[in-house]
Write a new protein. Structure first.
Lengths: 310, 190
């Protein structure tokens, strides 16, 4: 594997290999005195974040450091980007400075894909850490890792993705990955928050959360992305919460074994009730913990093998 | 991630070095040697731990522990130690899948750790294993037990317990077959 840009069309065997590696890494690091592996010694990983982020950037940085890579963080403010340098020139500069892998988050959909094209000659690997409303593949992988831990094999498991699907790169990446792994995915959202062309996705669509809950193995809630909304997508926050928020009453409709996921940051009281977020059914802190192991696994699969001649 | 099956190739091109019976006798002899050298059944005995290196070192460590318990009455804890992330040749091949690492209860601090592997060749796996052990704790001492030593060392490493010394050409391959993976026991040269 050279880049991780999307989960669309991902080979299920490749996805499973990454998830197995993540599980092995988690097990290998558990209870250890020294939480550091020498595997990526001498390799340089640069994170390039053009959007705000806490968990994803920190998670990638820890992942790189635990594998002994040298990690350098670049953010848009405080770099030459604020002087007007283009994405392409910044990327070429970082590659020339010796980056083996560039991890990029950008508000424009497709940014990571363009970057991979520009960096072909330099041989630098690119990881998409979220591009606009398009994809966020490592989030989908850590969600799948968390679900596998709690549910085992995901084949024929029923998973609902609830809320602002339209603006969500997390939803897109999860739809592709979870269906590739054999899960049965349902999107639950108001019609205004579903993307055009959703009928071509390998999913079922519903507008009634209560009707879906009793048959689910997992429910994944999405943050309502107010920063990407210019116009009225639903009447009020209160009305959204009543129709699509996971309340304590709704938690009781889920089967005993069902898992609650949220990619964070959470808006407590909006898409998820505070008591639900803190219940043992919620795997939200597990998701963050698994995020580090999944990103270590991704770096391992990208950087710890012989040079590919692409 | 099941280990590659080794028993399935053309049997005409292989030479048997150890039969199933030989493997059982060799493991028994190595168990006796470990008991003798570590004096693990003495009153002031050091705490001995067997760490198998996956894939085939892991079942070998468990078999040795069974024999040691049989001959000495001492239950020796076993674990597995995957060394993939410590290898120096990761960039010389495709991505290697990881295998399980499981420390025995009580860890390895101040224990006499016996590393167990199937074949000792260049010594690079054992070099990686020593590095991996260091990250898990500080053993009192480390020893090495291998079923087959085939020579061609590239590092100053030697085994404390050797089941069988086999002179080989560099191009030859020594395969240890174990029932757990290959549906039969034996050692063959291909």
């Amino acid at each position: 594997m050279k880049h991780l840009l999307t989960t669309e069309g991902i080979d299920p065997a490749q996805a499973t290999a990454i998830l197995d590696t993540a599980a092995s890494l988690k097990q290998a690091l558990e209870g250890r005195e020294v939480r550091k592996l020498p595997t990526l010694r001498g390799r340089t990983v640069i994170t390039m974040f053009y959007e705000n982020s806490t968990r994803t950037r920190v998670s990638f940085e820890i992942a790189g450091k635990w594998m002994s890579a040298d990690v350098v963080n670049v953010s848009a403010s405080g770099s030459s980007v604020s002087k007007g340098e283009s994405l392409r020139d910044t990327a070429l500069t970082l590659a020339a400075a010796g980056a083996d892998c560039v991890i990029v988050r950008h508000p424009a959909s497709g940014a990571a894909h363009r970057l991979a094209g520009w960096l072909r000659e330099a041989g630098t690997s690119v990881v998409n850490a979220g591009d606009g409303m398009h994809e966020h593949p490592t989030q989908a992988l850590l969600d799948a890792a968390t679900l596998r831990e709690r549910l085992g094999d995901l084949r024929d498991r029923r998973i609902a993705i609830v809320g602002d699907v339209l603006h969500s790169r997390v939803a897109r990446s999860n739809v592709h990955l979870l269906t590739a792994l054999g899960a049965d995915v349902t999107l639950v959202a108001p019609p205004t928050l579903l993307p055009v062309g959703v009928s071509n996705w390998p999913v079922t669509v519903s507008h009634e959360l209560d009707a879906e809950l009793p048959s689910l193995d997992a429910v994944m809630l999405l943050r309502v992305q107010a920063e990407r909304m210019h116009g009225g997508f639903f009447p009020s926050a209160r009305e959204y919460s009543i129709a699509y928020g996971l309340s304590e009453r709704r938690l009781k409709l889920l089967p005993e074994h069902a898992v609650v996921l949220h990619p964070g940051p959470m808006l407590r009281g909006m898409e998820i009730a505070s008591a639900v977020a803190d219940s043992p059914r919620a795997a939200i802190t597990d998701q963050v913990r698994n995020g580090v192991h999944v990103r270590m696994a991704v770096l391992y699969h990208l950087l710890a093998h012989e040079e590919e001649t692409a | 991630m099941a280990p590659r099956q080794r028993g399935a190739t053309d049997p005409a091109r292989e030479r048997e070095l150890l039969s199933a019976g030989d493997v059982a006798r060799t493991v028994a002899r190595m168990a006796h040697q470990i008991i003798e050298k570590t004096a693990l059944d003495a009153p002031s005995a050091p705490a001995v731990v067997l760490m198998g290196i996956p894939s085939r070192g892991a079942p070998l460590a468990r078999r040795l522990a069974v024999r040691i318990a049989e001959f000495s009455g001492v239950e020796v804890p076993t674990g597995t130690l995957d060394v993939t992330l410590y290898r120096d040749d990761l960039r010389r091949g495709p991505t290697r899948p990881l295998e399980a690492t499981k420390l025995p209860e009580g860890g390895i601090d101040d224990k006499l750790v016996v590393l167990v592997d199937d074949v000792l060749f260049s010594g690079r796996t054992i070099r990686a294993a020593l590095d991996a052990l260091r990250d898990h704790g500080r053993p009192r001492a480390v020893q090495l037990a291998v079923l087959v030593d085939r020579g061609h060392r590239e590092l100053p490493i030697r085994a404390d317990y050797v089941g069988k010394n086999v002179p080989t050409a560099r191009t030859e391959e020594v395969h240890v077959l174990l029932d757990e993976f290959d549906q039969r026991d034996g050692v063959v040269l291909r």
